[in-house]
Design a protein around this ligand. Structure first.
Ligand code: DQQ
Length: 495
């Protein structure tokens, strides 16, 4: 049934069935890519969370592996929440957040050589959040080696102040000493003035260094390096505001001074809980969870919930018109290996380009001067009853803005049809627009600014894609391909 579902993404990673949320333990091990993820095999809802697992040679075609972690009888008996995979001198090791009696407990599991079989310790590696600090939450991990020791960040928040990441140190990954909050200001543990990115906690913190430039060197945090350090976090505000951010700044081995914070994805909760890793090509690769935007009843009927974004390469553009640089994202090049048929133009009014596709890769280059606008209409029916509208326009003052208007994206009730919008920081004369469509997902990249969303067209003919120039916007090139699915039939996975 799941395979016939027209809204189930075809070439994006989804769990075999039921529920998927955060990417976990993203890594390359002996050349093979590993994706672990928050998984509930019992149904399409968040409950007792396991770790699902899949492997890939190329980041886009995946094979399921057995469930890696299941709630046990110890500190993870209520769930195995998000965490990371580290190489402990050749031994695969997972650091994750166990839950027991409503408490959040940092846990550790040791893996077999092929990363299929995991043995958790029967006790947490940290018993409680730091004393003397009133924390809101305490979970999710970033672990690296620095100056001959292990270091770890745990996502947290300080009551009355906002989200933070708590820094710890260890010799052996099993016993940890607190160093303090990584982000500090104004004499407060953490003082952040904009609730929009502060939240009440930072989930899924991820910290690394990245040199400026399209091929900038990247690696774990290193206080001896003068390269910019980047902190990825998902601002959580009592479960209401859920948005991923990335902060650029400097790191002195104890503290991170933020120069600038930017939204990591203009789609907010639809590209949540991002995690990155450095792969063997030296790329900083990012995954996020494409959360659903339809109600629980629709997810229950579908039998599945959640997908991963296409992995993205991050780079730091020092020329983005901002001293601290602009973090850019683009789909990894491997996605091009899924391209099959070029999508051919359909008859359309003059000045428009129209074709059909619901699993597609669209590349547009355009000149958009002040006051001009380029529209790309997606998932449109012939009669216009359903359509999702991407608008890229240059406002007075030269600022380029993207809007994804979902108001008419579906005739179904219970779907989130609010718009997404934001600015693109770019000085490029020609704007590069890339769109990846997949059944119910839309990923847009405008000069490296990402906007991820979900839409739920109901009509079988909601497959038209139309490029329309408004004002003097000129399309200099437009190409599109169908992308082949990678779904494996009959995937069933249970503990
Ligand atoms: N999801 C996990 C948590 C994390 C949250 C639980 C982010 O570890 O904080 O499934 O979506």
């Amino acid at each position: 049934q799941a395979q016939a579902d027209p809204l189930r993404p075809r070439y994006h990673f989804t769990s075999p069935a039921a529920w998927l949320n955060d990417p976990n333990g993203v890594a390359q091990w002996d050349g093979l890519y590993h994706l672990f993820y928050q998984y509930n095999p019992e149904g399409p809802f968040h409950d007792r969370i396991h770790w699902g697992h899949a492997v890939s040679e190329d980041l886009v075609r995946w094979r399921d592996r057995p469930i890696a972690l299941s709630p046990g009888s110890g500190p993870d008996r209520e769930g195995c929440w998000s965490g990371v995979l580290v190489d402990d001198g050749g031994t695969p090791t997972i650091v994750y957040s166990g839950r027991a009696d409503g408490r959040e407990l940092p846990c550790l599991a040791v893996g077999s050589a092929n990363l299929d079989v995991w043995t958790p310790l029967d006790r947490p590696v940290i018993d409680a959040p730091p004393e003397g600090l009133e924390v809101t939450e305490f979970r999710d991990h970033c672990v690296w080696r620095e100056a001959g020791r292990w270091r770890q960040l745990i996502g947290s928040g300080i009551v009355g102040a906002g989200g933070t990441a708590l820094l710890y140190e260890s010799e052996d990954l099993r016993s940890w000493t607190e160093v303090g909050p990584l982000v500090v200001g104004d004499g407060q543990p953490v003082r952040l003035d904009d609730i929009d990115w502060t939240g009440t906690m930072w989930e899924c913190v991820d910290f690394f260094r990245l040199a400026p430039g399209p091929d900038g060197e990247t690696g774990p945090p290193d206080a001896d390096s003068a390269d910019p350090h980047l902190l990825v976090f998902s601002a959580w505000h009592e479960n209401i505001t859920l948005r991923p951010f990335i902060a650029v700044g400097s790191y002195d081995g104890r503290r991170f001074s933020i120069d600038r914070v930017q939204r990591l994805d203009l789609g907010g909760r639809h590209a949540y809980a991002p995690q990155t890793f450095r792969d063997d090509h030296g790329r900083r690769v990012l995954w996020s969870w494409m959360q659903e935007g339809r109600d629980d009843a629709a997810q229950a009927t579908a039998g599945w919930s959640g997908a991963m974004t296409i992995p993205r390469r991050l780079w730091l553009d020092a020329d983005g018109g901002d001293a601290a640089g602009v973090v850019r994202a683009e789909p990894v090049a491997e996605v091009e290996s899924l391209r099959s048929l070029p999508l051919l133009p359909l008859p359309a009014p003059t000045g428009q380009r129209e074709f059909a596709g619901t699993a597609a890769d669209v590349e547009i280059a355009a000149r958009i001067e002040t006051g001009d606008r380029l529209d790309v209409v997606l998932f449109a029916t012939e009669d216009g009853a359903e359509h999702t509208d991407l608008r890229v326009h240059r406002r007075a003052g030269g600022v380029l803005e993207i809007v994804l208007d979902r108001e008419s994206s579906t005739l179904a009730g219970g779907c989130d049809t609010s718009p997404h919008a934001g600015e693109v920081r770019s000085t490029a004369v020609e704007t590069q627009i890339r769109i990846l469509l997949d059944a119910s997902s839309v990923e847009v990249f405008v000069d490296g600014t990402a906007l991820t969303s979900r839409v739920y067209p109901t009509r079988p003919d909601a497959s038209r894609i139309r490029i329309e120039s408004r004002g003097g916007a000129t399309v200099t090139s437009a190409r599109a391909w169908r992308l082949e699915g990678t779904e494996q039939p009959g995937r069933v996975l249970r503990p």
